[in-house]
Structures are given as C-alpha cells and as structure tokens.
Design a binder for this molecule. Structure first.
Ligand SMILES: *[C@@H]1O[C@H](CO)[C@@H](O)[C@H](O)[C@H]1NC(C)=O
Ligand SMILES: *[C@@H]1O[C@H](CO)[C@@H](O)[C@H](O)[C@H]1NC(C)=O
Ligand SMILES: *[C@@H]1O[C@H](CO)[C@@H](O)[C@H](O)[C@H]1NC(C)=O
Length: 360
C-alpha cells in the first residue's frame, strides 16, 4: 500500500507537465499556414483539400472551406511571404531559412524576438496583398474592385478602372490570422498572442499605407485627353522592403496594465513609441552566430560570405570573427552567343573561375 502512495504522487507530477506541453504547442500556431505554399499550383475544389496538415487550425479549416475559390491566392501569399523574407535576409546571419521547415515552427519564431515580429508581419501583409489583388482581378465573387473617393482627384482626372481591394484583404486576413489567436471562442491574451496580433496588424497596415494613385491615359492615338485613376498597390518586393525598415526600427516592448486591459509600452519610452504600425518584440535576439537549439539559431558555419564587404554579408560580420575558408570553383557557361538567321543561336562554352569564401 505504501508503494501505491508513491505511484499517485508521480501521477500528480506527470499530469501538469503534459498539460503544459500541450498548451505551449497550442500557443504557437501563428504562421504554420505558410506551409500552404507547397499547394500553390494545386486545384482547390473539395472540402478535403482544407486539411490541418497544411498548418491550419480548426477555425482556419472552416474558413478554407468557405473560401475554396481564394485558397490558391492564400497559397500564393504563403509562397511570396516565404520567398521575400529569404530574399530580404539573404546576407544576414539569421536568413529566414526556418520558414523552409513549416508547419514545423522552430524556436526562433516562437520566443518573441524581432525576427518573429518580421515573419508575422510579412505573412499577413502577403495575405492582404494577394487577396486585394485577387479581388481586383476578379478571381472570386466575394469581393470586387476597391472603393474610390467621391471627389475626383483633380480637374483633369477621373476615377475609373479597378482599384486593389485592400479593405477586403485586411478583413479576410484578420479573420484568418485571428482564428489561430483564439481559443474556445475567446481571443488569446498571452503576451505572445498579443505580440503576434500586433505585428499581424502592423503588416496589414503597411499594405494599406502603400496604396498609391495610378493613372491611365485614354484618347485618340495615344493622346492623353482623358486620364482615369485608381488605387493600386506596389509589387510585393516593395512591401517587403518597407517591412525590412520596420524590422530595423522594431521596438522592444513590455506589457503594462491600463485599466482592464494590458497594452504594450516601449522599454525605452523616451526614445521610442509603440504605434499600430511599429513592429514590437519582447525577447532579445541571440547573435545567431552558432547553432543553438534553445534559441533556434542555426549558426553561420558554412555560409558563403563576401570577402570584400564590410557589411552584413561580408566575411567579418557573417562569420562572427571565426574566419573563413577560400577556394575556387570552375564552372562552364554558355558565352559569346551569336544569332543566326533564321532561327537559331550558337554559343561557345567558356570556363569561369569563381572565388568563393565560406565561414568557418
Ligand atoms: C484537392 O483534392 C483534389 C482531389 O483529391 C486533388 O487533385 C488536389 O490536388 C487537391 N488540392 C490540394 C491543394 O491539396
Ligand atoms: C517592384 O517595384 C520596384 C519599385 O517600384 C521596382 O524597382 C522593381 O523592379 C519591381 N520588381 C518587380 C519584380 O516587378
Ligand atoms: C541560410 O542559413 C542556413 C543556416 O546557416 C544555411 O544552411 C542556408 O544555406 C542559408 N541559406 C542561404 C540561401 O544562404
């Protein structure tokens, strides 16, 4: 009987630990939907296509089923978010390669760092951007061209043409991202959930703020007698670039009770402030120099670096002072191509020597 007492006690210890693990994994589902990028060339035509294996939570599966016609747009958004993040950070120690692993979420995207803030922002801005464009292209009947002001832009111009529907993009994106920040019908209010929600919003805001007036000329033989204008977004690389600036200016913040709510305030209020379009984080980033499972850092050993540069991609900074190995590699290229009438191209083969450096 004494033994069974011991068993019960162990039971008590084991159960709460299990619950804790479950709660933690539940908490950080946020950008797992980026795994949808794999399906950007697939047909979305049955309910079975909306599956949790794509990183979707139950409510997102529901949204997927009611928006099947837009799911290719969603997977396109996942693709451009992931691609743009990797492009923007190609020469940084943290190079966004963790997005290649979704729906597995690595530690660098769940501890509340600056990098996490960027990833959440770019994910939702890509979704807003893609949906807004899908509306103006007529991909779905759920939305159409964006609205235009009543007052004409000026005397010579008229509103006309089809604007990108950013308002609908923001609406659907918010429902979709909020679905992963809700439990039992209530918004999650953990610090991490609040941070992700804020940065999702900042990402959407960047797209709204990027709307520009574009005009087209009409008239006989190219004369510009009539100009019609509409509101149009820049391409997504331009949005990615704006977000990179926001990443650099991201604000370290802590939560403070304000009446019945908790709000984020900057850690250094005399220097910075938190607004709806700033990115915020609460965990300092590691230097990402060496592999560390605790922070999700992959380390920079084996990364190609630029010997001549003093910048981020330069060997000094990228290799964190560990030095680098230089070697040469010969590649064969087509060169001195000539066009022969009609119709073929003949090229020579040239050998080119590349001088490469990789971090130790
Ligand atoms: C949806 O299901 C159809 C039929 O099973 C399949 O051909 C298609 O590839 C699926 N699409 C996605 C995105 O999984
Ligand atoms: C995107 O827009 C920027 C600035 O407007 C331009 O420089 C760039 O070439 C464009 N990229 C693509 C892929 O169209
Ligand atoms: C990004 O960094 C990882 C880890 O260091 C590396 O394996 C990968 O090759 C890098 N990606 C690019 C495109 O340089």
């Amino acid at each position: 009987m004494r033994n069974s007492d011991g068993v019960i006690r162990t039971g008590f210890i084991v159960v709460p630990t299990l619950i804790l693990i479950l709660v933690q994994t539940q908490n950080s589902v946020g950008v797992k939907w980026l795994a949808m990028h794999e399906k950007r060339f697939s047909e979305w035509n049955t309910y079975q296509n909306c599956s949790k294996s794509l990183g979707l939570v139950k409510k997102q599966v529901k949204l997927c089923r009611t928006n099947l016609d837009l799911m290719r747009t969603f997977s396109h958004a996942a693709y451009i978010a992931s691609k743009t993040c990797q492009e923007q950070f190609a020469d940084r120690r943290w190079n966004c390669s963790s997005l290649l692993k979704v729906p597995k979420l690595s530690r660098d995207l769940s501890r509340g760092t600056r990098e996490q803030s960027y990833v959440y922002a770019i994910a939702s801005s890509a979704l807003v951007h893609s949906i807004a464009r899908a509306c103006s292209l007529g991909v779905t009947t759920k939305c159409s061209c964006g609205s235009l002001p009543d007052k004409p832009p000026d005397d010579q111009h008229k509103w006309g043409g089809c604007s990108d529907n950013v308002r609908y993009g923001v609406y659907l994106t918010t429902s979709f991202t909020e679905a992963s920040l809700t439990r039992k019908g209530k918004p999650k209010t953990s610090k991490k959930a609040d941070m992700n929600r804020h940065n999702n919003g900042a990402g959407s805001q960047v797209v709204s703020d990027s709307l520009k007036i574009a005009c087209k000329c009409h008239g006989v033989s190219g004369s510009c007698a009539i100009k019609t204008c509409f509101r149009s977004m820049p391409n997504f690389s331009a949005v990615g670039l704006m977000l990179k600036d926001k990443y650099i200016a991201a604000v370290e913040a802590k939560r403070k009770r304000k009446k019945s709510k908790k709000v984020f305030v900057p850690l250094f209020p005399h220097r910075q402030s938190v607004t709806t379009n700033t990115l915020i984080y609460y965990t300092k980033s590691p230097d990402y120099c060496s592999r560390d499972p605790k922070t999700g850092a992959e380390g920079t050993e084996g990364r190609y670096c630029d010997k001549g540069s003093q910048g981020w991609g330069g060997c000094d900074i990228l290799c964190c002072g560990r030095g680098y190995k230089s070697f040469t590699r010969e590649i064969v290229e087509r060169c001195e191509c000539k066009y022969y009438w009609c119709c073929y191209v003949k090229c020579k083969e040239c050998t080119k020597t590349l001088h490469l450096n990789v971090c130790r």
